[in-house]
Design a protein around this ligand. Sequence first.
Ligand code: NI
Length: 179
Amino acid sequence: MSIKDILKMGDPRLLRVALPVERFDTPELHSLLKDMHSTMQHAQGVGLAAPQIGVNLQVVMFGTGEPNPRYPDEDPVAKTILINPVITPLSEETEEGWEGCLSVPGLRGKVPRWKSIKYTGFDEKGVAISREAVGFHARMVQHECDHLWGILYPMRIKDFTQFGYTEVLFPGLSDKSDD
Ligand code: NI
């Protein structure tokens, strides 16, 4: 297990469509998940996708696990490993919210997302996951899964007046890290 370099926007490896995982509960998969977890923790992120460390597989992890000081107004999201995900919107409704990304350091932007979704997939042992999510939780899942389709959040921004440097947009934010 080791901390990996996080690829930054501009790297073509972030623009690939990731491949589905075919075998679960393997040493290779567990090793990847350990690398992702230590890399995400080191970067103080709340989500990471395998393509962000250069591994082109449909694997994401996300979750705050407890109230996060960077998102004091948001409900905690259970720490989750999600493999081969499928997202289905539960209504036509979208909402805008601020996002950052470890692959786009120092910046934040307001991104439209489905407000309410169902997501399915598998955990690292191949056990099926099926959940419904709204708001911040739904946004986090959509952001991470976008990495698997080669989409970075700036590609979804509609209003570029709502895109800028974190330290300028949120001067009071004590923790300047990205997610
Ligand atoms: Ni990201």
